[in-house]
Write a protein that binds this ligand. Structure first.
Ligand code: SF4
Length: 431
């Protein structure tokens, strides 16, 4: 039973505190996944407990109680229950760190000290790494110009937040945006802006931080770029359907799937069993399952037997197969979360082909080489989750300008959000 992962909804275990409170006459303290004062207040007001305990929430933001007391709750950085810096580190016998707060565990060495020379710094990229850099630079007194090519700050955090149980990553994006906005006297934000070398020359900054992230790459699999002609019924302007020839590709990339930008059919093969592949598979496997609200409604009205409701909550409408070349999936997941992920995959009925290589994408699916021989898997959609490559095209041009620069996060080397945040912070600390 997961207790600490992000898949556990906030305040879930309040019912246990309530059970104890019903039979004792002393104060009862609730705990686990309470990461916001509003949640805590509700639990106490609803009579589930008398007090709450916060652990990781105070690791991320030791000022949480003070901010709550001073009615500055919009300034809180929430624990996103990723376990990447705290529990995962403990399992490796390392000291506690934190994805969302790069100072944790390094408080003295990573103290934020005002710079004695104020610099104008261009931060290119408004994802986690870029925002942490901008916030830290502003706190050190520098003047920051923060550029983002999309219409809002947040970058890949929104993709990380898409799979089921990962919604707290969106909260981290929102918290960072709030922190950037709090420093608006030091940070100028430019969204919808593509930075090119002319813009850099015009601004002539003292330092540049390149945090341009990464983009998915297509592996060189025969047939990956082929499209097919199929007859489908499409409506005309008068809403009358006609049999029409349509050109389509079965191949989509995982990031587009996670952002609901593309259609996938009933039978789906996900190529790549890393974190993105597994999370995309789980995202698709949940399609057609009962929502939490529907489940509660049907349950309290005794519409179906509990075992039928369980089936409906765990079995979606798609058949998913992950094909992975290595001997296990989800290698990047830490010890605290990997077992939960494996348990969810089994429950959702996701099939896995390990030590297997896709040799061709055909009109009907894929041809795959497995330890038991070559086989064909029928698929309506093939999702590519074989990794991404750094967006660092600007680096060689900036290199010629004689302006000091740092490349951080995925733009330097594709990694985890933890690495991006820590690199962003450290780059800003050293300017
Ligand atoms: S590493 Fe993740 S789970 Fe641990 S305290 Fe930080 S945000 Fe919370």
């Amino acid at each position: 039973m997961p207790q600490i992962t992000a898949a556990v909804p906030r305040a879930t275990y309040g019912y246990l505190a309530r059970g104890i409170k019903d039979v004792v006459k002393i104060p009862v303290i609730a705990s686990h996944r309470i990461n916001d004062p509003k949640v805590a207040r509700e639990m106490i007001a609803d009579g589930l407990c008398d007090m709450v305990a916060m652990g990781r929430s105070l690791i991320v933001d030791p000022y949480l109680p003070q901010k709550a007391k001073e009615q500055k709750e919009h300034e809180i950085i929430h624990c996103i229950a990723c376990a990447q810096g705290c529990f995962d580190n403990l399992f490796k016998l390392k000291h506690v760190e934190c994805l969302c707060n790069p100072r944790v565990g390094h408080e003295k060495k990573r103290a934020i000290i005002k710079s004695n020379k104020i610099k104008k710094v261009m931060v290119i990229g408004g994802g986690a790494a870029g925002m942490i850099s901008a916030i830290t630079l502003a706190d050190r007194g520098h003047r920051v110009l923060l550029y983002e090519k999309c219409s809002k700050l947040g970058g890949q955090l929104y993709i990380a937040a898409a799979p089921p149980g990962r919604e707290e990553f969106r909260v981290f994006a929102d918290d960072l945006v709030a922190q950037v906005n709090l420093r608006n006297s030091n940070i100028d934000i430019y969204t919808n802006t593509n930075v090119d070398i002319d813009l850099i020359k015009r601004e002539n900054p003292d330092h540049i931080i390149i945090a341009t992230g990464s983009s998915p790459v297509l592996p060189p699999i025969p047939g990956i770029d082929k499209s097919y002609i199929e007859q489908v019924y499409l409506p005309d302007n008068n809403n009358i359907c006609h049999l029409t020839m349509v050109e389509f590709s079965r191949v989509v990339n995982a990031w587009d799937v996670l952002q609901n930008r593309v259609y996938t059919g009933e039978h789906v093969v996900v190529i790549g069993g890393g974190a993105v592949g597994v999370e995309t598979a789980m995202f698709l496997a949940q399609k057609g399952t009962l929502s939490a609200e529907a489940l509660k409604f049907l349950f309290v009205n005794r519409a179906e037997r509990p075992e039928i409701l369980y089936e409906m909550a765990t079995k979606g409408t798609k058949k998913i197969t992950i094909v992975e070349m290595m001997n296990k999936v989800g290698q990047e997941f830490g010890k605290s979360t990997r077992w939960v992920m494996l348990q969810d995959m089994e429950r959702l009925g996701i099939s896995v082909k390990l030590k297997s290589r896709v040799v061709e994408i055909t009109q009907d699916g894929i041809v795959v080489e497995t330890p038991d021989g070559v086989e064909e898997i029928m698929a309506d959609s093939i999702v590519i989750a074989t990794g991404s490559a750094s967006n660092n095209a600007l680096v060689p041009e900036i290199d010629k300008l004689n302006i000091p620069f740092d490349v951080i996060g995925d733009a330097k080397s594709v990694g985890m959000a933890f690495d991006a945040v820590h690199q962003g912070f450290l780059a800003a600390l050293n300017i």
